[in-house]
Write a protein that binds this ligand. Structure first.
Ligand SMILES: *Cc1c(COP(=O)(O)O)cnc(C)c1O
Length: 392
């Protein structure tokens, strides 16, 4: 089988135990056997959301989860403030428009985080606003928005629901839903949950459930009220995604195995390593508020980022992502979620060094021997135990 190394900000490399779970024989979803797995998995999920509220796993990609939040607790004609700081902020904007909401768009320059003070000003001037939608991490730019500060602003606006797209955040760093008074939180299976695409994980606050009672947006598949009732009986409303739910069961065990903090720390560690390498290579970071889930390198002026990315894929078998729209060809996005071993971090940096040599001949790179020496030292420092093992 061909070896792949998917270091994109989703999809991600799968853990061997997840792959094993994915290959189990099919069982029917209306069986006591599956009910046990579903219940156990949804209960464990609460630990990642850090909530007392019910959590859901729907068969859809992350965008389906975003839609489920919208249609379940919002209403046609309601006013919503949307933080638009990249491609996924744009998605909330178009979604809100499609559902007939009145959108206040807070546009943030790409690469920057939203300023909570600006949110406070807008909410003060527009007391009719009923919801605020934002990303936790905006994957197109690598920015982590300040959820805690946003949550503090919203304390003065109890009528405003806080809806958070945590698709590249939830499961990779701490987002305590209840503590931050988040009213709707959504994650995606192929991102921080380290699975293939096809499941979206979500939860609503008590306040959001109250708003669901009067919500008038037309809905059918994504009506979470049906799912809530079905889950209470130990089932999903529609056919269960047995395969992915069994794999989620395993992925959650992996996350909790050494404690959630340890899991978050590992991802943070990869991010720190990758940011440090940017400095060694004379590259700057595109994001002014870098998330731990992906690192975005700003490529030197004049470099064709698309060609560089393809070179890394073809020559080294490593999949990274480039930029979209205004960042097209100018950046390299490196994911830190999923199953990543230290040697893959090493290979990644060797590949980036090599491709910069080819595609950025005018960029002042450190001498090869010197950089490889620094890289080796960094790997030993960041992952001492793994190197011990490989030399035994
Ligand atoms: C990937 C992503 C989405 C979209 O998820 P799909 O699974 O492709 O529908 C939405 N928001 C963010 C922040 C993402 O990273």
């Amino acid at each position: 089988m061909k070896r792949y190394n998917v270091l994109a900000p989703g999809p991600v490399n799968l853990h061997p135990r997840v792959m094993e779970a994915l290959s189990l024989p099919m069982i029917h979803h209306r069986t006591p056997e599956f009910d046990v797995i579903l219940n156990r998995t949804l209960t464990k999920l609460k630990g990642v959301f850090q909530t007392q509220q019910p959590c859901f796993a729907l068969t859809a990609t992350g965008s389906g989860g975003m839609e489920a939040l919208f249609v379940t607790c919002l209403s046609v004609g309601e006013e919503i403030l949307v933080v638009n700081s990249g491609k996924f902020g744009e998605r909330w904007v178009s979604m809100a428009k499609v559902f007939g909401m009145k959108v206040h768009e807070l546009t943030v320059p790409w690469g920057q985080a939203v300023d909570p003070k600006v949110i406070a000003e807008i909410l003060q001037k527009n007391p009719q606003i009923r919801a605020l939608a934002t990303q936790a991490t905006e994957t197109s730019t690598g920015v982590a928005h300040p959820l805690k500060e946003i949550s503090t602003v919203l304390k003065n606006h109890p009528e405003v629901l806080l809806l958070v797209d945590g698709i590249t955040a939830l499961g990779a760093y701490s987002i305590p839903m209840d503590e931050l008074n988040i009213d709707g939180l959504v994650g995606g299976s192929q991102k921080a949950f380290m699975l293939p695409a096809g499941l979206t994980l979500l939860s609503l606050s008590e306040k959001a459930w109250t708003r669901a009672e009067t919500s008038n947006i037309p809905k059918f598949y994504f009506d979470l009220r049906k799912e809530k009732a079905a889950n209470k009986n130990g089932e999903t409303f529609f056919s269960s995604n047995v395969t992915l739910i069994r794999a989620l069961d395993v992925a959650l065990d992996l996350m909790f195995e050494n404690g959630l903090d340890k899991h978050f720390h590992e991802i943070h560690h990869r991010a720190e390593f990758t940011r440090l390498q940017a400095g060694h290579l004379g590259l700057s970071l595109y994001s002014k508020a870098p998330s731990n889930t992906l690192t975005v390198y700003q490529l030197p002026e004049g470099v064709d980022g698309q060609k560089l990315r393809l070179h890394i894929e073809k020559e080294f078998g490593i999949t990274l992502m480039g930029g979209q729209d205004q960042a097209k060809g100018k950046i390299l996005r490196i994911g830190h979620m999923g199953y990543i071993l230290p040697h893959q971090q090493l290979e990644l940096m060797l590949a980036i060094y090599d491709s910069l040599k080819v595609f950025a001949p005018n960029h002042a790179l450190p001498d090869k021997e010197r950089y490889f020496q620094t890289l080796r030292e960094d790997i030993l420092r960041f992952w001492p135990s793994s190197v011990d093992r490989s030399t035994k």
